[in-house]
Write a protein that binds this ligand. Structure first.
Ligand SMILES: [Zn+2]
Length: 80
């Protein structure tokens, strides 16, 4: 009975490790370069320019092309 449990445990561990390894290798699969470069593009809420999301500045739920535009917009909304 003990031996059976041991075998079941080993098979279980083997299956878990195998699943982890498979999902890891899938994640590491090379992504097409273009997709990486394009990424998500967002629109500046101040001037309307489109910028990659990783280059954009976030203020609340708005996105901006630069820190200056984020600050300018914040100032303008305070003036209201
Ligand atoms: Zn802008």
């Amino acid at each position: 009975m003990r031996l059976l449990l041991l075998i079941a445990a080993i098979v279980g561990v083997f299956l878990i490790v195998r699943t982890l390894l498979l999902s890891n290798s899938r994640k590491k699969a090379p992504m097409p370069e273009r997709l990486k470069e394009q990424g998500t593009v967002v629109r500046c809420a101040h001037c309307g320019m489109h910028v990659p999301q990783f280059d954009a500045y976030r203020s609340g739920d708005r996105m901006y092309c630069s820190r200056d535009h984020a600050l300018e917009d914040a100032r303008e909304s305070q003036d209201d």
